[in-house]
Design a protein. Structure first.
Length: 386
């Protein structure tokens, strides 16, 4: 059983400042954090759990409080049956965080895995569904746990983090972070979305993944560092339009501050072209040209077809799906097809290696002819060059 030490005291200071409501003391050990929380008037109840049965028995015997419940649990394993729907206002976790090679005694109360962060990684992957929308997590870790990796895991699991306290002692530095769900997560949970996690970000948007009615979706919100105006809302409006013509990922939800669409599993066109054989490349590029033609006929310019490196995804069945429509706008002279011709010219050498030989002068002439007179005939001339 883990007895209180410097890390326990550092965490308890923050527990006294921040704990409230229904509290979970994860990996309670001696019960030190549970006791600190139980002393607070704004704490309703504490559930203390530990995978060590001796620690659970110790807490039951030594902490005599009506509003304390103790259970044996390996992380959230006990939260089924009557506890399945329990959610917390505060989750306290002072985990084992040392890498295995930093603890030669192999004390399992201290070892967080081979690299030190594995227990935290498992905890963060499960914690979201047990935390109320406005709840907080108090998490302690060490520089020996690889601080940058823990911060990365926090972000990947869809939490915002704020450093609360730190303490240096001998060979290590301890940190206590306050984690909470971002506003977008809170909003999505109210709408029935689950398993919300950070996925990626660009200059204009941040993308999360989530589950909705059994389907994996992508959720795009504005990057707070972006100065672009109305891009996310514009993408939702555009997807409504292009979905009616078989283009883009299927729209699930469009609001002023977020766009949700079915997640597209596949490989970015840039990477796919490097590995794909000629027999698959020609149909995909032909399909991509036809999608650009549809956009031209709809009177909209996507603005990024001269470099569709990460905004076109090729699925396992070799279907190409255009994504990222936030810059798309109405145009009297849309140029999606001609922009894609520019892209093909920049990939001449790669296509040549794949057995697809383009005549640059003829392609330029055909693209110019299409620009001057965008008919089915001038478009067919471009397709015929592949």
């Amino acid at each position: 059983m883990y007895e209180p030490r410097e890390d326990s005291y550092l965490m308890a200071d923050q527990v006294r400042k921040h704990a409230q409501g229904v509290v979970l003391d994860m990996g309670t050990g001696s019960g030190y954090q549970a006791e600190a929380a139980l002393q607070l008037p704004h704490v309703e109840k504490v559930i203390a759990v530990d995978k060590n049965p001796s620690a659970v028995l110790h807490c039951k015997k030594t902490i005599k409080k009506r509003n304390l419940e103790c259970y044996r649990s390996d992380l959230f394993s006990a939260f089924k049956g009557k506890l399945a729907k329990t959610q917390f206002d505060t989750i306290i976790f002072n985990p084992p965080y040392l890498p295995a090679d930093k603890n030669p005694q192999k004390d399992m109360a201290l070892i967080g895995g081979k690299k030190g962060f594995e227990t935290i990684e498992k905890f963060l992957a499960q914690a979201g569904k047990h935390l109320k929308p406005h709840g907080i997590i108090l998490l302690l870790f060490s520089n020996l746990t690889q601080k940058h990796k823990v911060e990365e895991l926090i972000k990947q699991n869809g939490f915002e983090a704020k450093p609360l306290a730190s303490s240096r002692m001998f060979f290590e530095e301890l940190y206590v972070y306050l984690l909470r769900k971002p506003e977008v997560t809170q909003k999505l949970e109210k709408k029935g979305f689950t398993h919300i996690a950070y996925f990626d970000e660009g200059d204009r948007g941040i993308i999360y993944t989530a589950m909705h009615k059994g389907t994996k979706v992508a959720v795009k919100v504005k990057n707070p560092e972006s100065e672009a105006i109305d891009r996310i809302h514009n993408e939702g409006r555009t997807l409504k339009l292009v979905n009616n013509h078989g283009l883009g990922p299927k729209l699930v939800l469009a609001e002023s501050d977020m766009t949700v669409y079915e997640f597209v599993e596949g490989t970015f066109l840039r990477d796919w072209l490097e590995a794909a054989p000629k027999a698959k490349i020609k149909p995909v590029l032909t399909d991509l040209l036809k999608q650009c033609r549809k956009l031209d006929l709809l009177g909209v310019s996507k603005e990024e077809m001269h470099r569709p490196l990460k905004n076109a995804i090729v699925t396992k069945n070799s279907k190409v799906v255009l994504i990222d429509f936030e810059r798309t706008h109405p145009s009297k002279h849309p140029h999606n097809v001609t922009q894609l011709c520019q892209f093909l010219l920049t990939r001449q050498e790669l296509l040549k290696k794949k057995g697809i030989r383009l005549d640059p002068q003829m392609l330029i002439a055909s693209a110019q002819a299409y620009k001057d007179n965008p008919t089915d005939l001038s478009f067919s001339a471009i397709v015929g060059m592949l």
